[in-house]
Ligand binder design. Sequence first.
Ligand SMILES: *[C@@H]1O[C@H](CO)[C@@H](O)[C@H](O)[C@H]1NC(C)=O
Ligand SMILES: *[C@@H]1O[C@H](CO)[C@@H](O)[C@H](O)[C@H]1NC(C)=O
Length: 263
Amino acid sequence: MGLSAVQLRVCLQSYWYMWVTNSITGLLFTGIGIGIAAFFMKKFRKTKAKPHARAPNTTKRSERPFSPTDINTLDNSFGTGTTGTGVIGTYAPRITSADSTNEIGLLDSSEAFAQATFQAINGFRRRYEAQPLELNDQLSEIAQRWAEHMASTGKLEHSPPEWRNLGRQTLGENYAASFQVELTGEKMVRKWMKEGKRYMFGHDGRKDTENFTQLVWRASQEIGVGRARSDDGNWWYGVVIFDPPGNIPNQYAENVHLPAEIK
Ligand SMILES: *[C@@H]1O[C@H](CO)[C@@H](O)[C@H](O)[C@H]1NC(C)=O
Ligand SMILES: *[C@@H]1O[C@H](CO)[C@@H](O)[C@H](O)[C@H]1NC(C)=O
């Protein structure tokens, strides 16, 4: 038999608190469930890839540097002279004639280093609207002498002005070192180019961007390249001499141009 209406009323009246508690608990769990679901949905939406999203432009166009590490996108039409045979992207030392190889057919390593440095520098210069530089043996002797000097003293520093003036003016000089990893021409040049991230185009140079500004300096015409290794074999030192020298106060605006593709 079922409950009579009166019995039901009595039951509800005596246990009302139970019904209230149950309702509140139910609401509470529903709320928590919705909260958890919302949390995960949000998370999911955030991690979903946005294929067309772009970083917001926070800096002025003229202050935004081109990524100097992007050497692989350099066009490879540049080479020595005007024939355009250089390869920057997939760098391999060019063997141009029999006398640049030794008896066992390998490119002499200092020649390869000079060629790699030369090509990387000119590849970047092209982007910055600077004429390609010529490789000059006399300047390379100066660079080589200083690289050997640093390899013997273990000190990374500029050469004294009298070591690099050809009787005219103190020439520009960039140097780099590498520990337990061979210093290649391309690595050295990239390292210098990274300073370009700090450079404010249209302003005079800063002390910590001098390697970069010298490298792309439009008035420079010739370079010499040298490299030496310390006696213990741990350190490589690389030097590039620039003639005419760059980094002249008040001449940065004419000599250090914005990369062509962001103009
Ligand atoms: C961001 O930069 C690009 C290219 O430099 C430009 O076309 C675009 O209009 C800029 N957007 C804003 C919001 O400034
Ligand atoms: C040039 O580069 C070398 C090697 O990375 C570094 O030791 C030197 O401090 C740099 N010079 C300037 C002026 O930034």
